[in-house]
Design a protein around this ligand. Sequence first.
Ligand code: SAM
Length: 497
Amino acid sequence: MPRYSITTFGCQMNVHDSERMHDVLRCAGYTEAGSADEADVLVLNTCSVREKAEQKLRSEVGRLARWKRERADRVLVVAGCVAQQEGERLLKQMRAIDVVVGPDNIPELPGLLGDLAIGGLPIARTVFDLDAPRFLVASPPSPSSSPRAAPTAFVTVMKGCDERCSFCIVPHTRGPERYRPSDEIVAEIAALVAAGTREVTLLGQTVNSYRDPLGALPRAPGASADDPDESEFAALLRRVAADVPGLARLRYTSPHPRHLTPSLVLAHAELPVLPRHVHMPVQSGSDRVLRRMIRRYTRAEYVARTRALVEAVPGLTLSTDIIVGFPGETEDDFAATLSLVREVGFKGLFGFKYSRRPHTPALKLPDDVPEGVKGERLARLFEESEALLAAHLSALVGTTQQVLVEGRDKERGHGGAGGALWSGRTGRHEIAHIDGAGELDLLGEVVEVSITRANKHSLQAELTEAARAAARPRQRGGGLDARPGRRSLPVVAAEGG
Ligand code: SAM
């Protein structure tokens, strides 16, 4: 049986696409190789949101040319956003590549590999499925099977992007917005929950612009027919909450501030399944820059909308994405970004230096902020956000929190002094490491903990007495290694978003 290996670059969308590629290849009779060296087929699932990510692909292919030369029948596949962006050109530029496959063409991968095996030429397949959008679904383990499904899972609700942010390549690499029927979304989540999943993150490039293509959702409370920014996302959240009562947490990423409408705020206020944390990319705190970025909101609108959310859900925290050094960004513009970070009080922040991307409107603007200034602004931005996070985490010491246990602590592993150390996330998305619970089976449980210490980016915690009394002991022979977890994919670069 041919063996494959997948290396993933980029965002959660790419991680999700890689999981679907695993499924497609396994269904076609391929088995996963222990390492790239053992693989007959190597897939690089690529990201092109920033130039650095694209450069990584090019150096990786250069490195893999030797891997290919070692055996004539080895196949190198490039998938994802760079594949979609470059198509046939990649085959001409880099002779080591055999197959280029776009995100919408993943189901065709086994067929393309089959053609190659019988002597076909290198091929690029990068066609958007505009007429009949396909949303690939993982088949979760059945409720009675072992191992159980992972405690957390991603479910795609839409793909593509109709925004025209001037810096962003996504509309080019992922095409126009296409939405998945709510019936399908609910069915996938229900199957995951029946198999053991506790938390689902709804995925989409602008996830909260969602509309049911079959018109199967009633208007959500608070939704205005006259508001052009209104979508059916709040109605989708309400339907998932009502139809899948066993779901513990329902997150989503990445939303656009434009669609943070009163109906979505009301859904957050009324649905306990929505955790008290939202990631809401703002990109800049300067109206002049926001206009040039074509973000379609002002700083005041962003502040007003997020404030409404925080007022509706006390204690809700926000995180964000920010680009520094966008063309024409002055020191005053950047100062406005820093003041916005303080004003909103973000508890998490992905910061990026602006990089010119092909096919984007901002190419017409000179990239006039020197690299050194971009680096210095990014450092100041991180300094600001780290201080906010540190103060927030310190204030949580001594409080009780509900943590969804996602797996073993990656830093200390099991078998340490206190036995296994579990880790998970609070309802607000803070990472919590749980000490002294190695003898218990906490995977997939929402447990009550008291916070004992604040680390730089996470919390240290202990089970409360009540949680300890209610927890299951680990089964003899069942060991941690027999526990399921999220399939570990070799994620090379997770660059936020
Ligand atoms: N849906 C998200 C949004 O609302 O903008 C886009 C997600 S994008 C894949 C992740 C982040 O990458 C963006 O939020 C933005 O901060 C950053 N990004 C996108 N294009 C960029 C560019 N040309 N240079 C630097 N950062 C960029």
